[in-house]
Design a protein around this ligand. Structure first.
Ligand code: GTP
Length: 597
């Protein structure tokens, strides 16, 4: 049966095109929240999300809208993250809806993540309504951008909605479009319960909260339910939805989205994509799930003060409670002591976790250079996944190695295309496609992921003056001629600085890192030699001459406050140093080591 009074939708957009602003406007227009209660961007609930203006965790909001046809509709808005690292969370949110609003900034046009996200939505079978935002801007060119959407994406834009999420212009049209253009969900109330587990997180008051989309049947308070993948049964304690405030109710019916709690101990006990069914009257088959997200980028996290190890372990466990895509395992480094090897969905995910550990949990950390997961095939036929270059087996035992490749889509204005193509080629990229839409080029490349974690974003942004946009998906593994480069400081290998790289680039990367370390490691009382080696062969060498470090020397004794400030800075910096042998290596060296200047 059609559930004509419900519409489930998400908003897909490139970062900064106004998704959160539009979501807030819709919430406000439906009267779910008083204007004075509007904090900037309601849906981005975590502090870091708000500060960085990015959406990480998918959230859902139920709105009540009385349309021009006089009927009152239940609109369920699923928020989706906009950043490439979280593509997996996008697809699972989309699986819970029937339609999407495609928001495109009318002054910017289609960007790489517009494309990636709209294709996810079309793959999920969504009806997509194009929405041109920011038409209040003098630079807005809605007609040109409409044409671009037709040319690049192939979506009919005749009925595209023109809005300004900032001023509120056109918000009513968006609401009408949702009701008239998106399909109503379908579902059978009398069938056995089938609910899609969309997300779960830990709430300090309510415990583990499970976000679901009911496909068939009814989910009631007090019901005994079973998770089909894990087979574990629970008693439902409470049922409700968000407006975005929490509202408790007695049941959720087909087509609806909401949450339940059931005395579940850990988020890890809930599997996103799983089907929730009735324990006594279970459904015969689960709903189609999603592929689990796997960390593709790994790095070491070490406490600067060894006494913080236990705190770090507890903090990681807490973060993991709410982020099943984040993984960690203990790691010991000769250079850095006891720490953890941590796996992330991408570089942004890494930065976010690192920042939260330092800020929320007040930990001083050393982060080692990120590495991808290599597959090492040994001569004895075994295969190992290598998360840490320091664990690379003796080359004599290795038959061959494989590295992960990605398929990247880059959109860039014509005038910057040349340098972008050069960058892709330098990074061992293989061109798949190159097309134009107006003044913008769209290049599709296959690239080794390890070349992308080498500061690819930063380079891309700087050579295109910030105009290029980038999106990728992990593609496949391929055999590759890889070697491990070790970095030696005063003849001692610093395990945390070693890295795996394609043989053809090993020497130049090794040299680059030695040069970088020369700038980053402060001069000390003795000479320091920095070397890069492949096996026993030294491929690069730099030295830092001995000098007494005196940051106040250039102040000519005059300005006492400036002197004091510098000394404080130095003390602060010192906290972030790592004594290695006799040499102090600053934190920045570990992360910057792999960034080519
Ligand atoms: P993420 O949450 O990072 O995915 O970004 P987003 O797509 O949600 O963008 P957001 O809503 O945060 O908007 C980005 C910027 O554009 C903010 O500074 C908004 O104030 C601004 N903005 C959004 N809509 C409009 C609009 O209609 N007109 C103008 N002039 N600015 C807008």
């Amino acid at each position: 049966t059609k559930l004509d009074h419900i519409r489930n939708f998400s908003i897909v957009a490139h970062i900064d095109h106004g998704k959160s602003t539009l979501a807030d406007r819709l919430i406000q227009a439906c009267g779910a929240i008083e204007a004075r209660d509007m904090k900037e961007q309601i849906l981005d609930s975590m502090d870091i999300e708000r500060e960085r203006g990015i959406t990480i965790k998918a959230q859902t909001v139920r709105l009540s809208y009385t349309a021009k046809d006089g009927k009152t509709y239940q609109l369920n808005l699923m928020d989706t993250p906009g950043h490439v690292d979280f593509a997996y969370e996008v697809s699972r949110s989309l699986a819970a809806c029937e339609g999407s609003l495609l928001v495109v900034d009318a002054s910017q046009g289609v960007e790489a993540q517009t494309l990636a996200n709209v294709y996810h939505a079309l793959d999920a079978g969504h009806e997509v309504v194009p929405v041109l935002n920011k038409i209040d801007l003098p630079a807005a060119e809605p007609e040109r951008i409409k044409q671009q959407i037709e040319d690049v994406i192939g979506l009919d834009t005749t009925d595209a909605v023109m809005i300004s999420a900032k001023t509120g212009l056109g918000i009513g049209d968006v609401l009408e479009a949702l009701v008239t253009r998106l399909p109503a969900p379908e579902g059978d109330e009398s069938a056995p319960l089938q609910a899609l587990l969309v997300d779960s997180w830990y709430d300090p008051y309510l415990g583990v909260i499970i976000l679901v989309r009911i496909k068939h049947g009814v989910l009631k308070k007090g019901q005994k339910i079973r998770m089909m993948a894990t087979g574990i049964a629970y008693q439902v304690d409470s049922v409700g939805y968000f407006t975005p405030k929490i509202v408790q109710c007695n049941e959720l019916k087909p087509g609806e989205m909401g949450f339940f709690t059931a005395a579940i101990k850990a988020v890890a006990d809930t599997k996103v994509g799983d089907t929730v069914t009735d324990d006594k009257k279970p459904a015969e088959t689960p709903l189609p799930g999603f592929k689990p997200s796997v960390p593709v980028v790994w790095c070491g996290l070490f406490p600067i003060d060894a006494a913080d190890y236990e705190d770090l372990r507890d903090s990681l466990a807490k973060l993991r409670l709410n982020d099943a895509s984040f993984q960690y395992e203990p790691e010991t480094s000769a250079a850095l002591g006891f720490g953890f090897r941590c796996g992330f969905l991408g570089l942004l995910h890494l930065e976010i976790i690192q920042e939260r550990l330092e800020r929320e949990f007040n930990l001083d950390l050393i982060t080692t250079a990120p590495s991808v997961v290599y597959r090492v095939h040994l001569t004895n036929g075994e295969m190992h996944e290598l998360h840490n270059p320091a664990d690379m087996p003796d080359p004599a035992r290795i038959d061959h190695m494989e590295e992960p490749w990605i398929k990247a889509t880059i959109m860039v204005p014509d005038e910057y295309l040349g340098p972008v193509l050069t960058l892709c080629t330098d990074r061992r990229g293989q061109q798949i496609d190159l097309t134009y839409a107006g003044q913008r080029a769209m290049a599709v490349y296959k690239l080794p992921l390890n070349e992308v974690v080498f500061d690819f974003y930063d380079r891309l942004k700087s050579i295109s003056r910030g105009y290029a946009s980038f999106d990728y998906e992990v593609d496949s593994y391929a055999e590759s001629d890889l070697v491990k480069v070790s970095i030696l400081v005063n003849a001692e290998p610093v395990d945390a600085l070693s890295f795996v790289v394609h043989k053809a680039n090993a020497e130049s990367r090794g040299r680059g890192i030695c040069q970088r370390l020369k700038e980053l490691i402060p001069r000390q009382m003795f000479q320091i030699a920095i070397q890069a080696a492949i096996g026993g062969r030294i491929v690069a060498r730099e030295s830092i001459s001995a000098l007494r470090k005196d940051v106040t020397a250039k102040c000519y004794g005059g300005d006492a406050t400036r002197k004091k400030k510098l000394l404080e800075k130095q003390k602060e910096g010192k906290k972030r140093m790592r004594q290695f042998g006799k040499v102090e290596i600053p934190q920045s060296a570990f992360l910057a080591a792999l960034k080519m200047g």
